[in-house]
Structure formats: structure tokens, C-alpha cells
Ligand binder design. Sequence first.
Ligand code: FNR
Length: 383
Amino acid sequence: RLCREVLCLDDFEIKARRHLPKPLFGYIAGATETNASLRHNAEAFQAYAFRPRVLRDVSKRSTETSLFGKTHAAPFGIAPMGISALMAYRGDIVLAQGADQSGIPMIISGSSLVPLEEIAAVSPQAWFQAYLPGEPDRIDALIDRVGAAGLRTLLLTVDTATLPNRENNVRAGFSTPLRPGLRLAWQGISHPRWTAGTFLRTIVRHGIPHFENSYATRGAPIISSNVTRDFGRRDHLNWNHLERIRNRWSGKLVVKGIMHPDDAARAVDTGADGVIVSNHGGRQLDGTASPLQVLPEIASRVGDRVAVMVDGGFRRGTDIMKALALGACFVFVGRPFLYAAAVAGLPGVLKAADILKTELHSNMALLGVTKVGDISADYITRA
Ligand code: FNR
């Protein structure tokens, strides 16, 4: 059924809208305030158009891409997404397995509900995204824990100095923790497949889920009648914290949420091995430029020194190709993979990765290239 009904990544969203309780779907799909950043992300791709080359032998082509000394099957991976295990049964594990089997990287969220050690056990290739706790000794403890789990790539998300104003969550009835009540009960009754297959199954087998991997929120239950919980302060974090982490972490270090070339340069000077140009999928500062828009200046500033990656609104193989042409070496995709995990579990994640790979494979031929590394600014023009 998946093969017949899901032809592109956006089809997973249509299915997830029906499958998930409204507050949960809204949490994934939503952004902040006027949703301008989210719109910018989706529209940015239209600003560029391809200049395909013809009559080249493209019969032998490959989507393989090297990153941090590892060869991946394609130039994309799965972005970190918090509380995935509330959307899909053992969501983080399913995403990690799907990524592993598809030969692509997956980033474990610092706000996940499954202990990072369990995810690392099924996918030691996974990266870990940390939301920094405020206190230095807790930062050290978190870094040591990630290393002890056998993970080798640490990613710091730096665009979350404070909680954004996500009005849509309030309107849709979403909060963390979720508040039990008639509204939530009705959502459960009207979405029985999610209730039985994800929610009750989780509670019966693993108890009430709580945040596992962030020292700021660790142990906080995701469902509770106590809504006054403190999410931990992050608004004082600065470059000195990054330096401290660089000194303690010997693996690859990536900074996610860079939108300005000066910040990219500062991150690289501090010892980062890569940056992800990202506006958090439009979920932090409203009215932010799209990552695609600022990518060329960041790539030209630091692209020769470190890996410049990007995320936000990527839904098609051709979207990925445009980012590669504009100087990115790798792309991350968020929401579609979580929708896929929610509606169809592991087969859904595999299908989503396969769709993107297949689109890339055929569109590379149509563009006239055989290798990911050959996609350059020469193949693109302002639309
Ligand atoms: C996110 N994102 C995110 N980022 C991060 O660094 N840590 C996190 O815990 C989360 N959590 C999260 C939850 C959900 C439901 C979404 C949709 C997103 C942001 C994510 O990593 C990525 O930057 C964007 O989702 C990319 O945009 P697209 O592909 O979703 O449009």
C-alpha cells in the first residue's frame, strides 16, 4: 500500500495529518508566530533553476557521498527531532534503524524520549545533538555520556537561546508536558491506530515516557498535570561554552543553527568540524531568511575548511541538488521522516529514504552529472 499511495515525501504528511492526534501533528508541522521562516524555507528553492547539460554518458552514476571519512549512500541524512517516540512507537530507534539500513546518517535529538545508549546500540553511526545544559559540570557529564555510548559525532544546536513563541501549539492544544484532559482523551479516541499502536503500546511496555537525553530536562515526564516545569536556561550560553566542549570532546564536532558567515567562521576558528546552516525548520526566530538563501556566502567563507551542511524544507531530490550546487556538501531532512515513521514505522522510513535516493539518481542523469561532487554552481541559475 505504501508503494501505491506514497509517491513523494509530501504524501507522508497527508497521511500523518489523518493518523496523528491534532496537537501532535501540529507540533511537527508547525513553526512560530506568523510562520514566515517556514514559508521562506519552502519558497527558497523556487529562486533557483537548473541549467542541465546534455549528450553526456550518465549511465554509470552514483549518489554516494563521503562525510567525516565515511561513505554514505546519498548526500542526505535525518535531522534531529525531539519527542519522536510520542509520534511513532520507539520513534528514535525506528529512525536510527531506517537510516542505518538506508546507508545514511541520523541525528539523535537531545530532547528524545529513548535513552541515547539504546539508540546508539542499534546505530553506533548515529550522531548526537545536544541542547546544552546551563552548568559547566553538567555539560561535561553530557559529553562524557555521549562518548561512553560509543557515539563519535557531537552536534550542538545553537539557535535556541530561549523558547520561541509557538502559538500554533497553543491553538492545537499541544504543550510539554501534555496535559491530560477531555480534549486529549477525545484526540486519543478519534485516532485509535496511534492510540493503540504508539501511545498505549509505549506505556504498557516502557511506562510513561519522559525526556532522557538532556540534562536540562532529564526525567521530566511528557504527560503530566504539572505544567510549571522549568526547561532549563540556555540564554547565557556563549562561544566560551563551545570552546570548553571542543576541549573535552575528541570526536567530530558540528554546530547546527548557523545563519551568518561571521558565526560560521567563529565556529570553525573554535574548532568545529562542520556547520549546519539551519533556521531550525522555521521553528525558532520568525522571519528568518531561509538557509538556502544564506548558504552561498557561508559556503564561500568556510566551505574549504569544514563540512558545510544545510537543512530546512528539503522535500525533493532536486532540492538537495540545488543546495549542493550552492556549496553544501550534505543536507538534512526533518519532518518527512518523522511523518513516515509515525504512519508506517521502519518500512515508512526506508520508503522515504528510497524515494529521495531514487529522485536524486534520476535527476542527476537529467542534469548531466554522474557524481554528487560534480554538482556545482555551473548547473544553476537564478530563476
Ligand atoms: C525539530 N528540530 C530540532 N532540532 C534540534 O536541533 N533538536 C531537536 O530536538 C529538534 N526537534 C525538532 C522536532 C520536530 C518535530 C521538528 C519538525 C524539528 C529541527 C530539525 O532538526 C531541523 O532543523 C528541521 O526540522 C529541518 O527542517 P524540515 O526538514 O523539517 O523542513
